[in-house]
Design a protein around this ligand. Structure first.
Ligand code: PEP
Ligand code: MG
Length: 572
């Protein structure tokens, strides 16, 4: 039995068999072959080509069971594979540069995809997906079947990995994952966010867990204590069975709070919305009694998929979400890819510092056609419910002006088709950069509403990477500098009569609720399973106490000092 400690990021207890996932991206080293082996390497490549063609033909044979998108991809992949230009270029790279077959495949296909990506046209985005599919197939054969098909979980499983990218996590079969345990990761990573959204236990930054456990090992993940136990003794197993029973009882208690109003003890209403990642999350917003959807992270519709979604496909997704919410507000965030949510169709490989690079709205400004496609789909879906749209990583009012101009173009394009659509789409900015917070007076002139993304606001204010577990002790949304910015944003929005909420993970942690209310926050958006505990906290508070607490926190000189105040407050 091995007991390992890590960072708890999603509560609950799970016990079961482990599956070990390796990295999603196949790491292909820059490597060369001897002059004498070049022809052998070309032969290896040709064998991989033939095998890939066979795979594809087999898939085409199984076409009825294949998703329509995948069907299109495999048919086009076959065309590409049969294309002598592509195989000629790869063979040329082996012969002339002496690259290994795998490296030649990677280099040739990367160059092509980068060229396709530079062309802002949906037809070329789908070509990028085709090329990626081909690359995966060829590398799979060249590298001995190391491709990781993470979707194929056959039984309920504890997923253990060195690291888990959001696109891996989102493609896992939700009903089969009992828990996550990873060697890397952090509280504000999107994988942790997904675990909380799904309500499954997760512990990250667990040293060596992917090496100590093996496929089929019995594992316990204790998301309440931040502990992972590999091969537990019989006695430990029994103890945890008891503990799990107790934690299930508190889940039952949670459901009782659903119908109670979200008001403080002195009668102030605090609206609690929910964050969702897919339309399948909508029933959970209703189950937990959310006021609406405060953040729909639409990039999860695209991540891990072979193709981008067409306007009609997106329209269907948003329509279903809006209808499912039965007239309650759905706040859709435009696709927020880049950094940890890397998407090869939209992002450049090897950005030196991707969190400071081309991510979020900046990607939309490069891929304006994809952005407008999404906006058209949202406007069209808007007639089926209540919708508004917001943009991630807005830097200043210039970004809003630019985004609004694109929306105006998208509106004119829908108008031309003659289909009904929401004409008065409300447009919001996420406040995730200190520059946006400090630019509020100008921003407010061009923005209908605001949502504070404290996950990013914290990392950019403190200069602490939200993913890097080596500095996770410094990652503090309660740092007085972050609090100053939140207070300022809320104050300016309120003065101009504009709606403002907090949708970062901070809002889902009960300990921060008194602080947020004290700073003037009245709307929050949290993962659905966090709603009961947050509402319980709201119902226990007096605003006057919250204001005192926030004043003291704003005057504090460090995050530790603020935490001491919060802990003292919660023990009263
Ligand atoms: C945030 O940054 O706080 C946020 C809500 O966006 P995401 O976590 O998806 O980056
Ligand atoms: Mg963000």
């Amino acid at each position: 039995m091995e007991t390992l400690s890590g960072q708890k990021v999603s509560s609950g207890i799970a016990m079961g068999q482990a599956i070990i996932l390796t990295s999603e991206e196949i790491k292909v080293q820059e490597a060369y072959v001897d002059e004498s082996k070049i022809e052998l390497e070309v032969k290896r490549f040709r064998r991989a080509l033939v095998k890939s063609e066979k795979d594809i033909k087999k898939l085409i044979g199984e076409q009825d069971q294949v998703h329509v998108d995948v069907g299109r991809i495999i048919a086009t992949s076959l065309d590409f594979l049969a294309d002598d230009m592509l195989s000629g270029a790869i063979e040329g790279a082996i012969r002339e540069q002496r690259y290994t077959a795998a490296y030649a495949v990677c280099e040739t296909i990367s160059t092509l995809t980068e060229q396709f990506k530079a062309i802002d046209n949906p037809a070329f985005s789908s070509k990028v997906a085709d090329m990626i599919d081909i690359e995966h197939r060829l590398l799979n054969h060249l590298m001995g079947g190391r491709l990781n098909r993470v979707q194929k979980l056959t039984a309920k499983t504890i997923v253990i990995a060195d690291d888990l990218t959001p696109s891996q996590a989102v493609t896992l079969d939700r009903d089969k994952v009992l828990a996550f345990a990873t060697e890397k990761g952090s509280w504000a990573s999107h994988t942790a966010i997904l675990a909380r959204a799904l309500g499954i236990p997760a512990v990250v930054a667990v040293p060596h867990v992917a090496h100590l456990a093996s496929i089929g090992s019995q594992v316990i993940v204790d998301g309440d204590a931040g502990v992972v136990i590999v091969d537990p003794s019989e006695e430990t197993r029994k103890r945890y069975l008891e503990k799990r029973k107790r934690s299930r009882r508190s889940t039952v208690a949670d459901s009782n709070i659903r119908r109670q109003p979200s008001i403080t003890r002195d009668g102030e209403e605090i609206r609690i919305y929910c964050n969702i990642e897919t339309k399948e999350d909508v029933p959970r917003v209703k189950k937990y009694g959310g006021t609406g959807v405060g953040l729909f992270r639409t990039e999860f519709l695209f991540l891990g998929r072979q193709t981008t979604l067409s306007e009609d496909e997106q329209y269907e997704v948003y329509r279903e979400a809006l209808e499912g919410m039965e007239g309650k507000m759905v706040t859709i965030r435009s696709m927020d890819v880049g950094a940890d949510k890397f998407d090869r169709r939209f992002n450049a490989r090897n950005e030196p510092n991707p969190f400071l690079g081309e991510r979020s709205i900046r990607v939309s400004f490069r891929h304006t056609e994809s952005f407008k496609t999404q906006m058209r789909a949202i406007m069209r879906a808007g007639i089926h419910g209540k919708v508004r749209v917001m943009f991630p990583l807005i830097m200043d009012s210039g970004d809003m002006i630019r985004a609004r101009a694109l929306i105006a173009e998208a509106r004119a394009e829908v108008e031309e088709t003659g289909v009904p659509f929401e004409r008065d789409l409300r447009v919001g900015a996420m406040i995730e950069l200190p520059s946006a917070a400090l630019n509020m007076e100008a921003l407010v002139q061009h923005t209908d509403f605001f949502s504070i993304g404290t996950n990013d606001l914290t990392q950019y204010t403190l200069g602490v990477d939200r993913l890097n577990h080596r500095v996770s002790n410094l990652y503090a949304p309660h740092h007085p500098a972050v609090l100053q910015l939140i207070k300022h944003v809320i104050k300016v929005a309120r003065r101009h009569g504009k709606y403002c909420s907090v949708c970062g993970e901070m809002a889902g942690e009960p300990i921060y609720i008194p602080l947020l209310l004290g700073l003037g926050v009245r709307n929050i958006s949290v993962a659905p399973p966090s709603l009961p505990k947050v509402k319980r906290m709201v119902r226990s508070l007096y605003l006057s106490h919250c204001h005192h607490l926030a004043d003291a926190a704003l005057r504090a000189s460090s995050a530790d000092e603020v935490m001491t105040l919060l802990e003292q407050g919660s023990s009263k």
